[in-house]
Design a protein around this ligand. Structure first.
Ligand code: 8YV
Length: 332
């Protein structure tokens, strides 16, 4: 029988997604919830060079990984919409095709973005702690442990792509005043209401006019560390920063100083550098910094659809059909 292509799977997948793959591929898969280390990845590649790899957004597929795999590697399936973890130039040079999972996680990530904004603005982690440690009823401070209201506020969204726009649509329900957005291009809105609500502005203007700043853009050379000391100096002292995109967009040392000095009021991060954030990281000591463990797309529907898209991208590619979502490297 024809030799089956080898597929290296680098994260845990529910069995209903493994079964269709094992019918077509010679699988190199370890069903374990323990994250795989870089050394293990490289040694598994050396031991059995794959034709394809399936991996999450947190695993770096750089030149070393790609050259260790050599010419056999033809396709990458990333379980993510982000692709900053992949060396695209090296893939292009090697003629490697990339499948990814845009669209199916938009609602999930947008829901989590609103959840993180509310958790941060209404000090949920502090409140939970007080309810659990017996302060409730013992201190009248709780009555004035006030959060920041959304109504009549100005929201600034950095990157009004599918996810940024989905967050904006959700926030309209909170009687906000204005949505400023910055990024690569101005959007054309049809309705008069949208034309009034959404305003395309320069990054600096978004920083100094927004009550809530939401990072929803991709991580690339232009956006790396764009939230640095200078950026925080331009933000309102009572502004709240939310990051549901990539940790690398925020200079975390500058963020710590800004939060400590009250240069901004609070921050909510679903993404950090590195991930997981080390337990002794100073950001974890701040009451006004809410941190989630990168759960943006972790809702039943989004994650199962992402897994299905990864499976379909792989099966289609190796049967000569177009992927469901192929990353067009040349257009980037
Ligand atoms: C992924 C994400 O779940 O899609 C992305 O880019 O950040 C998340 O949805 C994460 O990268 C793990 O694969």
């Amino acid at each position: 029988s024809a030799i089956r292509p080898r597929l290296l799977i680098l994260h845990q997948m529910p069995s209903q997604f493994i079964r269709p793959l094992e019918r077509v591929f010679d699988l190199d898969y370890k069903d374990t919830s323990v994250p795989v280390t870089r050394e293990q990845i490289l040694s598994r590649i050396r031991a059995n060079p794959p034709d394809a790899m399936l991996f999450p957004g947190g695993i770096k597929i750089d030149k070393e990984v790609l050259s260790t795999a050599g010419d056999k590697l033809k396709m990458l399936a990333t379980f993510s919409v982000g692709y900053n973890h992949i060396d695209l130039k090296e893939c292009q040079k090697r003629g490697i095709s990339i499948g990814y999972t845009p669209g199916v996680l938009t609602n999930g990530v947008a829901d989590l973005g609103v959840a993180l904004l509310l958790a941060t603005s209404r000090r949920i982690s502090e409140a939970m702690k007080k309810a659990r440690n017996g302060e409730w009823g013992k201190s009248s401070d709780i009555m004035w442990m006030c959060g920041k209201p959304l109504a009549n506020s100005t929201i600034g969204i950095v990157g009004l792509g599918q996810i940024g726009l989905a967050i904006a649509r959700r926030l309209q329900a909170f009687s906000i005043q204005q949505i400023l957005y910055s990024g690569t291009r101005e959007k054309q809105f049809d309705s008069e209401d949208d034309k009034k609500l959404f305003k395309f502005v320069q990054f600096e203007k978004l920083l100094n006019q927004s009550d809530f700043v939401i990072i929803a853009c991709a991580l690339n050379e232009k956006t790396e560390n764009m939230f640095n000391k200078q950026a925080f100096e331009q933000m309102k002292n009572d502004a709240i920063l939310i990051n549901i995109a990539r940790g690398g967009i925020v200079d975390q040392e500058a963020l710590y100083d800004a939060l400590k000095k009250g240069q901004i009021q609070a921050a909510g991060l679903d993404v950090t550098t590195p991930e997981p954030l080390p337990l002794d990281h100073p950001l974890l000591t701040l009451e006004n910094c809410t941190i989630f463990p990168h759960i943006g797309s972790a809702d039943e529907s989004a994650r199962h659809q992402m897994a299905q898209v990864c499976v379909d991208n792989l099966l289609n590619f190796f049967s000569g059909k177009p992927m469901v979502h192929q990353l067009k490297i040349d257009n980037l």
